[in-house]
Design a protein around this ligand. Structure first.
Ligand code: FDA
Length: 577
């Protein structure tokens, strides 16, 4: 770092966005200082679903195994219940998070990683630990106060909350990962559009062994249908496992037009007992607090040398489990670009592609998460009492009559719609970037979605998409994913045994960040032909993959010789970087 600067990048926030950015930058060898005004990391479980794409990012950053060791495994995430209580009659079950017999193959095929469930109380220490081990400087009890930027850097005012000392740091770039009430966004003049606090939910965190009711039908989410819970937009109570099966969250909606919700432990205990179905159950309450449903996103994520991401830029409810997953992916997108610009291997204009690529994703997930809440309405309707004053909704569902059959059909349809929340592999993986850091195919035609875009992954090497996962065979005979041969801060040019011209050209260019992988050579043999089936280019073609696993450019065919390939590659690198 030149003397003028205290560090290259200052990150405000150590949530999933800040901690992942710190980890990735430290991994790429960038000097980074990450701060939080708190004394430690997340103190409540918060986001917990870790989707396939986020798991792939954590894999690429080398901490997937650590995460898996502490997470609830995929197989246990599965049978989402709709029930009157854990002990009471069940109304419906849904196979979720791809664990169903009809979907598990899709999830296994799409990724070398698996979905897991892990709360932020466990994820954040893993991220921050790894970042610090790799050289990131971490400061707790340190508050961001303000910042002023000029052409060369940003001067940031910080306060040590223990000593009261206020001081400044001079940095090249500032990252605002300071969550939904982002001060950095405000100071940078970045706006968030949409509606804040449009509905409210209370979460009560508690301890208590419930394994006897759930271990035989494992699920991290149980929806409780009872009159007490029939409030708010979802209108169902929630029992969500934090740690199987003795740490939980109970959730219920409240009417925000009636002021603050009741947060007393007595009320929480009464509800938990009703949800469990056992009037003698003794939960140990850890905390009770409200949170509010937001539907807001930022159209622009950066201003000059200040870059924001995570909840600072997209604010939405937990439905669909897109919260920390999206933060982790924002971070992975931003970090390599900052690293390349700081290292002088890319022009500062590369950083413009951060907003171009991530802002549309932010908007999409905000809309998706809110829609997932609205999509509970048909379930509530299917469970509603008969308007003629006859059977209650639940009785109707058990009736051996045409009305009963209609009710069962309506409930099945209503639950099917929830696949867009609970089996939405496409929403999680089908992101397509359009920016200056991606070169579309010549004469590109619009992508045709062969199946529902939200539900199913469509693997492709189209520029702007993530490289498809294909199993290769490594030197020791073990399987290696195509995702494992890219990343590590490098641009990876993938070609085949007949693509020698590309390999020769890359060697001649000797670019500090470019490496070549020739599929078919020892260590990366395509013995299952999975890459051959998914690469979409000829064997002598080429696919250039960015450090974040996104395809930057591809050539369907081979180059005639190394000269032609060099000229082409030089153009491509100049364009992307
Ligand atoms: P995050 O809010 O996690 O972190 C912000 C960081 O900035 C913190 O380290 C904070 O200390 C720091 N900071 C803020 N201002 C600062 C300042 N001025 N100076 C220094 N540091 C500052 N999502 C989901 O998908 N499923 C769920 O079930 C839930 N549940 C849930 C419950 C509760 C109680 C909360 C609060 C949130 C959720 N969420 C959630 C949302 C999820 O937690 C959220 O998407 C991510 O934590 C966002 O991560 P970020 O890193 O963007 O910000």
């Amino acid at each position: 770092v030149p003397e003028e600067f205290d560090t290259d990048v200052l990150i405000v926030g150590l949530g999933p966005m800040g901690a992942t950015t710190a980890l990735a930058l430290a991994t790429y060898g960038i000097k980074v200082h990450a701060i939080s005004r708190q004394n430690w990391l997340a103190d409540t479980p918060r986001a917990h679903i870790t989707n396939l794409r986020a798991a792939e990012v954590l894999r690429s950053l080398g901490i997937e195994e650590e995460i898996k060791q502490q997470a609830t495994p995929w197989e246990w995430m599965g049978d989402t219940l709709f029930t009157t209580s854990l002990m009471g009659p069940e109304i419906a079950r849904m196979r979720t998070w791809g664990t169903g017999d009809d979907r598990s193959g899709d999830y296994l095929r799409a990724s070398p990683s698996s979905m897991v469930d892990i709360p932020q109380t466990l994820v954040e220490p893993i991220l921050v630990n790894a970042a610090a081990r790799r050289g990131a400087v971490i400061s707790f009890n340190t508050e961001y106060r303000s910042s002023v930027q000029d052409a060369d850097g940003v001067t940031v005012t910080l306060a040590n909350r223990l000593t009261g000392v206020v001081y400044t740091q001079r940095v090249r770039y500032l990252v605002g990962a300071d969550g939904a009430k982002s001060r950095v966004m405000q100071d940078a003049g970045l706006s968030v559009e949409g509606e804040l606090a449009r509905a409210g939910t209370v979460y009560a965190q508690f301890k208590g062994e419930l394994g006897q009711y759930v271990a035989h039908r494992p699920s991290i989410l149980n929806w409780i249908v009872n009159t007490d819970a029939a409030v708010g937009e979802i209108g169902l109570g929630l029992l969500r496992a934090v740690s199987p099966w003795d740490e939980w969250i109970a959730g219920w909606g409240f009417d925000i037009t009636k002021g603050d919700p009741d947060l007393t432990h007595e009320t929480a205990i009464a509800r938990i007992r009703a949800y469990v179905g056992d009037p003698d159950f003794e939960p140990e309450i850890v905390s009770v607090g409200p949170w509010y449903v937001n539907e807001a996103y930022a159209p622009t994520y950066s201003a000059g040398r200040i870059f924001c991401g995570g909840d600072a830029t997209h604010r939405h409810p937990p439905s669909s489990g897109l919260g920390s997953n999206t933060c982790i992916q924002d971070a992975f997108n931003l970090a390599w670009k900052l690293a390349y610009v700081i290292d002088g291997v890319a022009a500062p204009a590369l950083l413009d592609s951060y907003t171009d690529e991530r802002a549309p994703v932010g908007r999409q997930i905000v809309e998706r998460a809110n829609q997932s809440r609205r999509d509970y309405a048909p379930i509530r309707e299917a469970l509603a009492a008969d308007q003629t004053g006859g059977a209650s909704g639940l009785e109707k569902l058990r009736e051996p009559t045409p009305a009963g059959a209609r009710a069962r059909r309506a409930l099945e349809k209503a639950i099917e719609l929830k696949n867009q929340e609970f089996n939405a592999q496409g929403t999680e993986m089908n992101q397509r970037y359009t920016s200056a850091a991606v070169i579309p195919d010549e004469d590109a035609v619009e992508e045709v979605w062969l199946r529902d875009r939200g539900l199913y992954v469509q693997p492709t090497t189209r520029p702007g998409a993530k490289i498809p996962h294909a199993w290769l065979v490594g030197k020791d005979g073990r399987r290696v994913s195509t995702l494992d041969i890219v990343g590590e801060g490098a641009l990876t040019l993938i070609t085949g045994l007949t693509g020698g011209a590309w390999a020769a050209a890359a060697a001649r260019l000797d670019h500090p960040r470019l490496r070549v992988i020739v599929i078919g050579e020892p260590g990366v043999e395509d013995l299952y032909f999975e890459w051959q089936r998914s690469r979409e280019v000829e064997e002598d073609g080429a696919v250039l993959v960015r450090p974040d696993g996104v395809v930057a450019w591809r050539s369907f065919v081979g180059a005639t010789d190394a000269d032609e390939a060099s000229t082409k590659l030089e153009d491509v690198l100049a364009h992307v970087l």
